[in-house]
Design a protein around this ligand. Structure first.
Ligand code: UD1
Ligand code: CA
Length: 460
């Protein structure tokens, strides 16, 4: 690819067919906005500069693209008009200009690089990417002459009955000779059914002017699915899901049922890890080697280290140490950190707390704003009472402590090293190292009471 290739990504449209308050290109696939996939593909294809035209919901779209150069198209008068709006900022761009649609998130970098190469090597003014799709309805059709050369692109709504039968479609990705495009852009007119300035008309114009047009056929049409409706959004997500899962499987991850596992594009997974059905790994999640994640698990922006296991749980911004076990049905919220070989068992919720190496919180507990040392056992039903309705307070449990079942740890409170708390105690004061902290009334015994009660009921 030429060293100075630029990409212009069109993302100003409303996407009426989405029936949404959100601009179309902001809709997400596996947690990532559609337009971001296109930006990344252009980056990975080696584009030196990337410009995005925004318009409908511009602030929302620009907010999704930190650090990306955006130019406004205030009224959406068509794809040709969108390019006109970028003319000023692209003034002086030489060489190749890739024009892409923000609603085609499946495009591969290698395809874009090949499209640029096709134009540069043929020395033409324009290379257009075409495909054959099972249902061409809605796409612009590729019209060729008897010699098979591309002569025009005709929009679906402007097609004659005969043209509508054409199966080859315009993918909406082109590579132009930038100065040549901008020189002729003003020749576009709105003489079409939609009254818009169609970028696609540049193809016919380039042919008429003898500026040279080549086309490149994309083998896998799924790469160029344009998302106009939520039905197509689901189709595109399915393609992306399979693509990502296959990459992981080919690099050594076992996915028992890839149709039932959804993994975001930025997730990393180590070798010999097993991902079980109904598992969703999203955001900047990293899973180590030999881990087992799932079934029925959602992990977002979290780390799961080597040899750890997570069963039927939800993790958000959590960090699970080497060989640690989570679940079934645990909820690890932001700032939950499990040390090596630690355990967060069934129905356990942990937030903003660290659980030291080998420490266990096996059943039915809430741990919030706590620091738990090494080798601690937290009995079933234990709760850190960290919130008094106004502020949040810390609990510290030192190494080797044993927290009896159903202990209420009323924060701020500290349990010393090796200390024990009696079951069902409400601990409101610090417990010294090695001591027993107990808070409960003494058990009484009333002899024969049960027999008397039974007799009373039988009489009545
Ligand atoms: C477009 C092509 C069609 C092609 C299809 C491929 C035109 C006229 N038609 O049709 O030939 O088969 O893509 O998916 O180009 N946009 C703007 N400003 C506008 C209008 C659109 O930025 O004024 C953006 C949209 O946000 C979208 C992209 O351009 O990302 C394509 O627009 P869309 O309305 O989806 O065009 P299609 O009808 O799909
Ligand atoms: Ca489209």
């Amino acid at each position: 690819m030429g060293a100075n290739a630029t990409a212009l990504i069109l993302a100003a449209g409303e996407g009426t067919r989405m029936k949404s308050a959100l601009p179309k290109v902001a809709h997400r696939i596996l947690g990532v906005p559609m337009v971001s996939y296109v930006v990344r593909a252009a980056e990975e294809a080696g584009c030196e500069r990337i410009v995005v035209t925004t318009g409908h919901g511009a602030e929302a779209v620009e907010g999704l693209l930190p650090g990306v150069e955006c130019v406004r198209q205030d009224r959406q008068l068509g794809t040709g008009h969108a390019v006109m709006c970028a003319r000023e900022v692209l003034e002086g761009a030489t060489g190749s200009l890739l024009v892409l649609s923000g609603d085609s998130p499946l495009v591969r970098p290698a395809t874009l690089a090949a499209l640029v190469k096709a134009r540069e090597e043929s020395g033409t003014g324009l290379s257009a990417l075409t495909a054959r799709v099972p249902d061409p309805a809605g796409y612009g059709r590729v019209v060729r002459d008897e010699a098979g050369d591309l002569t025009a692109i005709v929009e679906d709504k402007d097609c004659s009955d005969e043209q509508r039968e054409i199966e080859e479609i315009n993918t909406g990705a082109y590579c132009f000779d930038a100065p040549v495009l901008f020189k002729h852009l003003d020749r576009l007119t709105t003489e079409n059914v939609q009254g818009e300035l169609y970028l696609t008309d540049m193809v016919g114009l380039f042919v008429a002017k003898g500026l040279g047009v080549v086309s490149m056929f994309v083998e896998d049409f799924r790469e160029m699915l344009g998302v106009n409706s939520r039905v197509q959004l689901a189709e595109a997500a399915k393609v992306m899901q399979r693509r990502i899962n296959e990459e992981h499987m080919l690099s050594g991850v076992t996915i028992t049922d890839p149709e039932l596992v959804w993994i975001g594009p930025d997730v990393e997974i180590g070798r010999d890890t097993e991902i079980l059905p109904m598992t969703f790994l999203m955001g900047a999640t990293r899973i180590g080697e030999r881990a087992v994640v799932g079934p029925n698990t959602r992990v977002t922006d979290s780390v799961v280290a080597d040899d750890a296991s997570v069963d039927s749980s939800v993790l958000v911004q959590a960090d699970v140490g080497r060989g640690a076990t989570v679940g079934p049905v645990a909820y690890l919220r932001p700032g939950a950190v499990l040390g090596p070989a630690a355990k967060a068992g069934s129905c356990v919720e942990i937030k903003n707390s660290s659980v030291g190496e080998g420490s266990k919180v096996p059943h039915l507990s809430y741990i919030g704003d706590a620091i738990i040392g090494k080798g601690v056992n937290v009995g079933a039903g234990t709760i850190t009472c960290n919130y008094d309705g106004y502020g949040k307070y810390p609990t510290v449990i030192e190494d080797g402590a044993f927290i009896g079942s159903d202990t209420m740890l009323v924060a701020p409170v500290r349990i010393g090293e090796g200390a024990v708390t009696g079951a069902a105690s409400a601990i409101t004061r610090d417990v010294s190292p090695g001591a027993l902290g107990i808070e409960r009334s003494e058990q009484r015994e009333i002899e024969g009471w049960a027999a008397k009660r039974r007799a009373r009921h039988e009489r009545e």
